[in-house]
Design a protein around this ligand. Structure first.
Ligand SMILES: [Zn+2]
Ligand SMILES: [Zn+2]
Length: 207
């Protein structure tokens, strides 16, 4: 059973550990492959088919698992943030939380409350339980550059799944995929599609 300790986003810091990540990371030595036994990609509202294909390809390449694509789930008003113009990432995670690995994808903007920045609705790229099994990614802030869209989407998604596997934000290696993007795509562009040595070590430490 997952313990929802602290929810992690691309603007986060605090994490806790539990057994789900330990189990997920079992038998891992140095590779990202085989960390996730089975997973699902679920569109929230209308999501372009090509976007889903890019997302799935990124997960497949990085984690060595082909996600099952499920039918879209509607984005309902109960998931809206206070302003009514964006959706609240925490509400999405809470509503759809499950013990299976699942990544929700939406084209709508998602946000969280960010006290440190005095913001009621801080726009984010993605949000996930850390550790846990549920994550959500939004293409809203990624789509501004069509040329880089694919690789950005894949980095953000694989980053969020890294949180699910128990990885904290990385402050050791500037190019590590687990750096804190703080809701901006600039940082994502600096990253490579890989976990640094330190982050990989953390994954193996779960064994
Ligand atoms: Zn993050
Ligand atoms: Zn790292």
């Amino acid at each position: 059973m997952n313990r929802i300790g602290i929810i992690i986003i691309c603007t986060f810091f605090i994490f806790n550990c539990n057994t789900s990540a330990k189990q997920a990371a079992k038998n891992v030595i140095t590779k990202e492959a085989n960390l996730i036994p089975k997973m699902y990609v679920i569109p929230l509202g209308k999501v372009d088919k090509q976007t889903i294909a890019i997302l799935v390809k990124g997960i497949e390449k990085f984690y060595g698992i082909k996600p099952v694509i499920e039918k879209p789930i509607p984005l309902t008003n109960d998931l809206l943030a206070k302003s009514g113009t964006r959706y609240e990432g925490n509400k999405i995670l809470r509503k759809f939380k499950s013990n299976r690995y699942q990544l929700f994808i939406t084209e709508k903007d998602i946000a969280i409350k960010y006290r440190q920045r005095n913001s009621e609705e801080w726009g984010i790229l993605g949000l996930s339980y850390c550790p846990g099994t549920t994550a959500v990614v939004s293409t809203f802030r990624i789509k501004r550059n069509l040329k880089l869209f694919g690789v950005r989407l894949q980095k953000v998604s694989n980053h969020e799944l890294g949180h699910c596997l128990g990885l904290n934000h990385c402050s050791v290696t500037p190019t590590c995929l687990m750096n804190d993007a703080r809701g901006t795509i600039k940082q994502v562009d600096k990253e490579e599609m890989k976990f640094c040595v330190e982050c990989k070590k953390k994954l193996t430490d779960y064994n």
